[in-house]
Design a protein around this ligand. Structure first.
Ligand SMILES: [Cu+2]
Length: 132
């Protein structure tokens, strides 16, 4: 009787562990699928953006981080803004527009003149200020 009970108990524990294991496997698989899906949905491109200094870099990158943008990095030396984004949520043109709205020429989009005039003197890339 005791022997039978022990067997039964082990059977229950074994079944529970089997359930936990399959749950863990299922979770892992769906997580992996989600990550793969996420990668496939992301595109990376570069946009030429005018700017001259570290403040410009901050401003440009902040402006580029609109909804759907996963990563934005501007290189002062090359003037290239590298962005990773979800094409289902946002377009390259949207990102250029957002950056131009803050006063920086971005790709084909000219900087908003009002925003440009508000930039600090050290950032006036159109008025003879060189990279510094
Ligand atoms: Cu600047």
């Amino acid at each position: 009787m005791l022997f039978q009970f022990t067997i039964f108990k082990h059977y229950i524990i074994f079944n529970k562990m089997k359930n936990i294991l399959s749950l863990a496997v299922a979770l892992f698989l769906s997580f992996t699928a989600a990550v793969a899906q996420d990668k496939k949905d992301t595109e990376t491109t570069t946009i030429k953006v005018d700017g001259v200094c570290a403040s410009c870099k901050k401003r440009i990158e902040n402006a580029a981080y609109i909804n759907g943008v996963k990563h934005a990095e501007w290189d002062k030396e090359t003037g290239l803004l590298t962005v990773s984004y979800k094409p289902s949520k946002v377009s390259r043109a949207d990102i250029s527009k957002a950056v131009a709205d803050k006063g920086h020429n971005a790709g084909d989009v000219k900087a908003d003149t009002t925003a440009y005039k508000k930039l600090p003197k050290c950032c006036a890339y159109n008025d003879g200020v060189h990279k510094h």
